[in-house]
Design a protein around this ligand. Structure first.
Ligand SMILES: C[S@@+](CC[C@H](N)C(=O)[O-])C[C@H]1O[C@@H](n2cnc3c(N)ncnc32)[C@H](O)[C@@H]1O
Length: 374
């Protein structure tokens, strides 16, 4: 259910005073719809926690919420309160995530360190930490001599995934467990999978050498086990208890990752400035102090999903992640609690939809969800 009632204002912080007032949005075009929906993109003016249940399961979740730096209304004053702030959100993501889901968590380094135990407690498996290095230009002109530390020019973006379990076993454990059930010797798995020794050395390894068999090898293993294994124990390698698993079911047990050529876990990329920064007030002030680079959001999405997949952006701001989802042909779902940001965000998305230089053509089915927004 969408709560369309008035939202209670989040506690005030320094963020509000600094940001632009969206005077241009006084234009009658903007009726403050609770939902803006166009083609595969849906934006909600609401607390994420009120709306996510109606969203399809995510392949990608991009979290860019509280940093503990009073960056927007409702951000906390320091990292120590981030656990409380994120707790209901992480719990919500965990309920709807699947083994294919990747979670990207933007934050400061201490913010991420604070959240890491909470994420693992909720079943998120840490994959890696990426550093956005904004370069020295970020501190140019600032007096850094009084600082008692090196000047900070970075943000981090941590990658987490879910781990599938089958009958209480991890995939790694299940692969070996099922083979043992067949009664066949372990070495025969190499013959079954058509590999020299990878089945016994890798697919059945229970330590760090393990990696899952590619789908073709898995299917060969499955066929062999069901053909030659002890008939009393069939089916082997079944996910539904009725028949052996298929290639499609096997693929769904893992998060997606498409390597992007040339990228390491350090992203050298200047902070947003100039035209890249959205400005919608008449003085040209930044619309949102926390706007993220579109190219980095695209990178996350392209690395961890395919066209047609669902991308969640719970803390939309100007909906950079949802815009990146649109530009890469994913289904984008975003929510933003603050009315001004939300309106500026839909203005931004709408401009992309109707043909900025980077936008794709307007989708054929423009209004799938909620109200029309013309
Ligand atoms: C760090 S900013 C996101 C900036 C965004 N990534 C961008 O590029 O524009 C976080 C945003 O989350 C919003 N927010 C905070 N709590 C929220 C909640 N419970 N539901 C939806 N939005 C929320 C804030 O108003 C703020 O605009």
């Amino acid at each position: 259910m969408i709560n369309k009632g008035p939202l209670s204002p989040p506690p005030s912080t320094v963020g509000r005073g600094k940001r632009a007032q969206p005077t241009l949005l006084a234009d009658a075009t903007y009726r403050n719809p609770a939902i803006f929906a166009s083609g595969q993109t849906a934006l909600y003016h609401n607390d994420f926690l009120n709306v996510y249940k109606s969203w399809p399961d995510p392949t990608v979740i991009i979290s860019d919420g509280a940093y503990g730096v009073l960056g927007f209304d409702g951000d906390t004053a320091d990292a120590s309160r981030l656990t409380d702030w994120y707790s209901p959100h992480i719990s919500a993501w965990s309920k709807k995530a699947t083994p294919q889901t990747t979670l990207w968590v933007w934050n400061t380094e201490v913010g991420w360190a604070t959240l890491h135990p909470l994420l693992t407690e909720h079943g998120w498996k840490y994959v890696g930490l990426n550093i956005w290095d904004k370069g020295k230009a970020h501190i140019a002109g600032k007096n850094t001599t009084k600082l008692k530390r090196f000047p900070v020019v970075t943000e981090v973006c941590a990658q987490y995934v879910r781990e599938a379990t089958i009958q209480g076993l991890t995939v790694k454990e299940w692969l070996l467990f099922e083979w043992k059930r067949t009664g066949l010797p372990l070495y025969e798995a190499n013959i079954a999978a058509g590999v020299k020794s990878a089945a016994t050395r890798k697919y059945f390894d229970q330590g760090h050498l393990w990696y899952p068999p590619p789908p073709e090898a898995f299917i060969k293993l499955v066929h062999y086990a069901n053909l030659k294994g002890d008939p009393a124990g069939r089916p082997y390698y079944s996910l539904n208890g009725k028949r052996p698993a298929t290639k499609e079911e096997w693929l769904k047990l893992f998060p997606k990752f498409n390597p992007i050529h040339g990228y390491t876990n350090v992203w050298k990329r200047p902070a947003l400035k100039g035209k890249e920064r959205v400005s919608l007030d008449k003085n040209g002030a930044a619309a949102h102090l926390n706007q993220k680079p579109l190219d980095l959001m695209r990178l996350l999405i392209e690395a961890s999903s395919d066209p047609g997949d669902v991308v969640w952006e719970p803390f939309g701001g100007l909906f950079t992640g949802t815009l990146a989802a649109y530009l890469t042909s994913r289904k984008g779902f975003g929510s933003e609690i603050d009315r001004d940001y939300y309106l500026m965000g839909i203005h931004r998305i709408q401009s992309a939809l109707v043909g900025s230089s980077t936008a794709r053509p307007l989708p054929q089915q423009p209004f799938l969800y909620g109200e029309r927004n013309e």
